[in-house]
Design a protein around this ligand. Structure first.
Ligand code: EPS
Length: 394
């Protein structure tokens, strides 16, 4: 299973094209829209989220509520397009009063994209580089999430840090990094720790006052995975590499850790590696298990069957109400960066996008391992594999 997206931030719509979805998967626009709404939420979002109510329209690949096993095309309309028709017209000459974006924002794709694509209007670049595109990814990810649910896999996220406010690490350790969805989704910043959540919203208010923006850290977990997803034999099979690439494809991601992550480089092996034990599951069956999960559910480029535990860092949004210095693309004079309407903090939304990316990689690994013709065959192969792995362990 894989996907591509198309669409500009202020064009008529965003489109996700998802390939390799098995036939017979029950899908609903309602389930996808629920994820889109989570991506739109979060304290610190900007004015655009008041305009949009992201909802999908299936354009191909579905019949009577089930997938056909053919490419699935999903559209998310941009309501704001009405306000941008003239400036974003697909054809014709530019309007005589068109204002070109000549003051690239430090931290955004504006400058390098304009140089690369030989344009003096950063809008030619920023319309696609905008994180608005991630709405289409979340729609694609919701398809992957529905597929994974058939195998008992759940992908969730929560915000662990915004600016200098962090959930106490001992609280995260106490919960082994897995929090209830209710606690996460009821927080305005998708942070399950009440006091940290309160301080995070206060930090966002301070950043707004100061005309700046804030980044942060979030965690993504996947539970219910089988062992052996990905592979150890070829570099590109490795699930760790595939997850890392998918997470780094999200705009503004500057760091990704699995399990202990960077801390694994600071400890002796005796305190890093997860001892292998056997846990009785049901009479007559023994599942392989680990005494700990410092590896974050990955060993040798494959899933171990323990929860996948990822942490990622997002840099602050580049658009600043109190802009940084930049250079005019035409005159080369020093000036101040352009002020697009923007978010103060989009870490809660970014975590939802990361869930989608992780779900897409995992769904790809499941279809690679268990086939992608139709759900019944895929599930039969899956069940046979689960039974064999349990037998070998005994
Ligand atoms: C976004 C839509 C955008 C921005 C934001 C994310 O809408 P507009 O540019 O019309 O305000 O709010 O874009 C960025 C963070 C960015 O870096 O470009 C969205 O739907 O998520």
């Amino acid at each position: 299973m894989d996907y591509i997206t198309a669409g500009e931030s202020h064009g008529p719509s965003l489109v996700a094209l998802v390939r390799g979805v098995p036939a017979g998967l029950a899908l609903s626009a309602q389930a996808i829209n629920a994820d889109l709404a989570r991506r739109q939420s979060g304290y610190g979002r900007g004015g655009r989220m008041k305009i949009e109510v992201d909802q999908v329209r299936f354009m191909s690949g579905m019949r009577f509520g089930r997938t056909l096993g053919t490419p699935l095309a999903i559209e998310v309309a941009n309501r704001d397009w009405e306000n941008w028709r003239a400036r974003m017209a697909h054809e014709g000459a530019p309007p005589h009063d068109l204002v070109r974006e000549r003051s690239p924002r430090p931290g955004h794709a504006d400058l390098v994209g304009a140089l690369k694509n030989n344009t003096d209007d950063c809008r030619d670049v920023l319309e696609r580089a905008s994180a608005r595109e991630t709405a289409a990814r979340v729609a694609a990810g919701a398809v992957a999430r529905s597929f994974l649910a058939s195998f008992g896999v759940e992908v969730r996220s929560y915000v662990c840090r915004i600016g200098d406010v962090e959930i106490p690490p001992e609280e995260v350790a106490r919960k082994s990094g897995v929090f209830s969805a209710d606690r996460v989704e009821s927080s305005p910043v998708r942070c399950p720790h009440e006091e940290a959540s309160r301080q995070m919203t206060a930090a966002i208010d301070e950043a707004r006052e100061a005309g700046t923006s804030l980044g942060g850290w979030f965690s993504v977990t996947a539970t219910g995975l089988v062992c052996g997803l990905g592979g150890f034999a070829e570099p590109r099979e490795r699930l760790t590499a595939r997850l890392g690439a998918a997470l780094f494809s999200i705009p503004a991601i500057k760091g990704v850790e699995f399990g202990l992550g960077f801390a694994a480089g600071t400890l002796p092996g005796s305190r890093v590696h997860d001892e292998i034990v056997c846990t009785p599951d049901e009479p007559g069956r023994i599942q392989p298990a680990r005494a700990s999960n410092n590896a974050g559910g990955l060993e040798g480029g494959m899933s171990t069957g323990e929860p996948l535990v990822i942490r990622a860092a997002m840099k602050p949004i580049p658009t600043q109400a109190a802009p940084l210095r930049t250079v005019d693309l035409l005159t080369h004079e020093l000036t101040l960066a352009s002020k697009e309407r923007s978010d103060i903090c989009a870490v809660p939304a970014c975590a939802v996008v990361a869930e989608a990316e992780v779900a897409l990689v995992l769904a790809d690994a499941y279809t690679e391992k268990f086939g992608h013709d139709n759900m019944a065959d895929c599930l039969a192969r899956f069940e046979a594999y689960v039974a064999r792995v349990a037998r070998v362990a005994r």
